[in-house]
Ligand binder design. Structure first.
Ligand SMILES: NC(=O)c1ccc[n+]([C@@H]2O[C@H](COP(=O)([O-])OP(=O)(O)OC[C@H]3O[C@@H](n4cnc5c(N)ncnc54)[C@H](OP(=O)(O)O)[C@@H]3O)[C@@H](O)[C@H]2O)c1
Length: 225
């Protein structure tokens, strides 16, 4: 198994913390980033408490990104562009995985926001042309990631991107979450479909008081890497 040095930018939120927990549990080296290094250290300690013997650290978003080979964006869409710009100098040549879902909520429920770049992942690619941007982990919920199940094996992680090697990293990292490789869903612009799909899942969750996920049928027994 390949292990990666991963920075989770916005790692103090439930999604970043949950992904960090899964990856650290499966042997990856994880650093949480935050606008507040103290907050990052405190959430890193929470993750570590669940993983005796494993080190997870916390620092500023910039320092976390600088030290990693894979950087994960786990921040809200509101403020996304400013955040990406603020760490851009550390992202050149790196795999940049976005799980950002640009969603709004009103009295009718969740809905997809209009994103000028097409999707948050494409916005990141536009802001940091040297980064190898991938969209993935949009549909796995934070409570499930932080929950007790060994693997979220009833779900698939859908991955999109324009660089096969970068996409392969996210496909591989999905193993720590679902127990199997992520599903290559196509080019980066497919993020325009993946990101708003989360609004559908949230609507279903509200209606059925559940935690729905995405699973793809019809795949070959071993997913292509
Ligand atoms: N929650 C889920 O179940 C879930 C599932 C799939 C995908 N996602 C996506 O994953 C991303 C993170 O979700 P989340 O629920 O963890 O979000 P969140 O708690 O709202 O935010 C995550 C972290 O981002 C930082 N942050 C907040 N506002 C910011 C701003 N304006 N600029 C820079 N940093 C900011 C905060 O860290 P500091 O204050 O410590 O810097 C915060 O702890 C979102 O795009 C969401 O759509 C979430």
């Amino acid at each position: 198994m390949t292990t990666y040095d991963i920075a989770v930018v916005g790692g103090t939120g439930p999604q970043g913390r949950g992904l960090a927990y899964r990856w650290a549990k499966h042997g990856h080296r994880v650093v949480l980033g935050s606008r507040s290094p103290d907050r990052a250290a405190s959430v890193a300690a929470e993750v570590q408490e669940r993983l005796p013997g494993i080190t997870v650290s916390g620092t500023s978003n910039a320092d976390a990104a600088a030290a990693a080979e894979v950087v994960v964006l786990a921040v809200p869409y509101d403020g996304h562009d400013e955040l990406v710009t603020s760490v851009a100098e550390h992202l050149d040549g790196k795999v940049l995985i976005s799980c950002v879902n640009p969603l709004g909520f009103d009295k009718l429920g969740p809905y997809a926001l209009d994103v000028p770049a097409g999707s948050a992942a494409e916005a990141a690619a536009g802001l940091v042309p040297g980064a190898r941007v991938v969209g993935a982990f949009h549909h796995v919920s934070a409570p499930s990631l932080w929950g007790p199940a060994d693997f979220l094996d009833h779900e698939d992680v859908l991955v999109c991107g324009d660089e096969p090697d970068a996409k392969a990293v996210a496909v591989d990292l999905a193993r720590a979450v679902t127990g199997r490789a992520g599903v290559d869903a196509g080019r980066l612009r497919i993020a325009r479909q993946l990101e708003p799909w989360t609004a559908v899942l949230i609507s279903i969750n509200k209606r059925y008081k559940t935690r729905s996920g995405t699973a793809i049928s019809g795949l070959p027994p071993v997913s292509p890497q």
